[in-house]
Design a protein around this ligand. Structure first.
Ligand SMILES: *[C@@H]1O[C@H](CO)[C@@H](O)[C@H](O)[C@H]1NC(C)=O
Ligand SMILES: *[C@@H]1O[C@H](CO)[C@@H](O)[C@H](O)[C@H]1NC(C)=O
Ligand SMILES: *[C@@H]1O[C@H](CO)[C@@H](O)[C@H](O)[C@H]1NC(C)=O
Ligand SMILES: *[C@@H]1O[C@H](CO)[C@@H](O)[C@H](O)[C@H]1NC(C)=O
Ligand SMILES: *[C@@H]1O[C@H](CO)[C@@H](O)[C@H](O)[C@H]1NC(C)=O
Ligand SMILES: *[C@@H]1O[C@H](CO)[C@@H](O)[C@H](O)[C@H]1NC(C)=O
Ligand SMILES: *[C@@H]1O[C@H](CO)[C@@H](O)[C@H](O)[C@H]1NC(C)=O
Ligand SMILES: *[C@@H]1O[C@H](CO)[C@@H](O)[C@H](O)[C@H]1NC(C)=O
Ligand SMILES: *[C@@H]1O[C@H](CO)[C@@H](O)[C@H](O)[C@H]1NC(C)=O
Length: 266
């Protein structure tokens, strides 16, 4: 019993000590609202002027800008309007800003996830666009020709990806091919040319995954972050401290001087 009391004493001293250094979890980890989108871990608010943001609480590449009340995520080569972040399902709904609110959108680029911990959801479907084709394709596919994008004798076409039939070398005759991801449920296969615009305006869904370097931190109930200047991972803990990789083991580390670093490596 007395052993328990002294343990309690040490524990409360420890928390007093820690709390005097700073209050609860880091302000960097706090929730922000941008329009009707909640931005919280593992997403974070990216200031447009990123130079004053050396540290953040969240995953690399998950910085969401709040531009005029609209949440915007930048992926390689493009900006996307963040329609929704579902923290229960780990999904993210995006709309390409270039095509947003256009009845006959001309996609400028494909989505690129690079090395981000993002995956295409199985709710998606890809459309292949061929723009400004100067001669008709070898096999005529007039039903796939997009009227509203045709200029002079140039034609543009849309297909469900990999169903371009036996068309030979499109790239020879067309100015550009762009693959666009949309929700499966928004596509009517029998009327692609009439429905692609609405589908693109509705956007697509990505799943996110845990970052490997953040597993230790997260399993100790910390929030993983990054110090961009030092190129180091950070772990923001509920006691207000910021550690290098975990929130557990601090107590034993201080009291016993033991290193718990290796205890979860197997
Ligand atoms: C942390 O401190 C700030 C400013 O001192 C205060 O506004 C905030 O409520 C505190 N948070 C907690 C969880 O105590
Ligand atoms: C970014 O910097 C520019 C120029 O200094 C300034 O006008 C703008 O308000 C800043 N944006 C934010 C979000 O702070
Ligand atoms: C921000 O939104 C307001 C109201 O919707 C609009 O009038 C203004 O032009 C927008 N500003 C920018 C920079 O988009
Ligand atoms: C698109 O249109 C809707 C309704 O007209 C509007 O609420 C929304 O702000 C527009 N989005 C953009 C990115 O302009
Ligand atoms: C759509 O394209 C992306 C990028 O090429 C690919 O990773 C993804 O698997 C494709 N999705 C489908 C449903 O084919
Ligand atoms: C086709 O090319 C013309 C001239 O370069 C350009 O203005 C137009 O936007 C292009 N159309 C498409 C659908 O890419
Ligand atoms: C038709 O497309 C070609 C590229 O394939 C482009 O060079 C040309 O300017 C386009 N013509 C018109 C009238 O847009
Ligand atoms: C798909 O489009 C075809 C032709 O426009 C139409 O007959 C059919 O009802 C549509 N199907 C759905 C599920 O909307
Ligand atoms: C395809 O969809 C468009 C837009 O909804 C509609 O105007 C058109 O009549 C449809 N085409 C067919 C063949 O049903």
């Amino acid at each position: 019993m007395s052993q328990f009391l002294s343990y309690l004493l040490i524990l409360s001293f420890f928390f007093f000590f820690v709390n005097s250094l700073g209050n609860n979890s880091s302000p960097l980890c706090q929730l922000h609202n941008c329009g009707d989108v909640n931005i919280r871990y593992p997403f974070w608010v990216l200031n447009e002027n990123a130079s004053d943001q050396q540290q953040y609480c969240g995953y690399k590449g998950f910085g969401v800008m709040c531009l005029n009340g609209t949440a915007v995520l930048e992926l390689a080569g493009g900006r996307y309007h963040v329609k929704d972040i579902n923290y229960d399902d780990y999904t993210l709904a995006l709309v390409d800003i270039d095509v947003s609110n256009q009845t006959c959108p001309r996609a400028r680029h494909s989505v690129s996830l690079e090395t981000l911990p993002l995956k295409y959801s199985s709710m998606n479907l890809n459309l292949s666009f061929y723009f400004n084709c100067t001669s008709d394709p070898p096999i005529p596919v007039p039903s796939n020709s997009i009227q509203c994008l045709n200029i002079g004798s140039n034609r543009s076409y849309v297909f469900v990806e990999n169903r371009e039939t036996e068309v030979n070398d499109w790239s020879k005759n067309c100015e550009e091919k762009v693959v666009v991801t949309v929700r499966k449920t928004q596509i009517n296969m029998t009327n692609l040319t009439g429905g692609f615009g609405r589908a693109m305006n509705d956007g697509f869904v990505l799943d996110w995954e845990t970052v490997k370097d953040c597993v230790t931190c997260e399993s100790s109930e910390g929030y993983c972050g990054y110090n961009a200047a030092a190129e180091e991972y950070l772990c923001f803990c509920n006691d207000g401290s910021t550690n290098s990789n975990s929130c557990k083991g601090m107590l034993s580390l201080i009291l016993m001087g033991t290193d718990t670093h290796d205890s979860n490596s197997t």
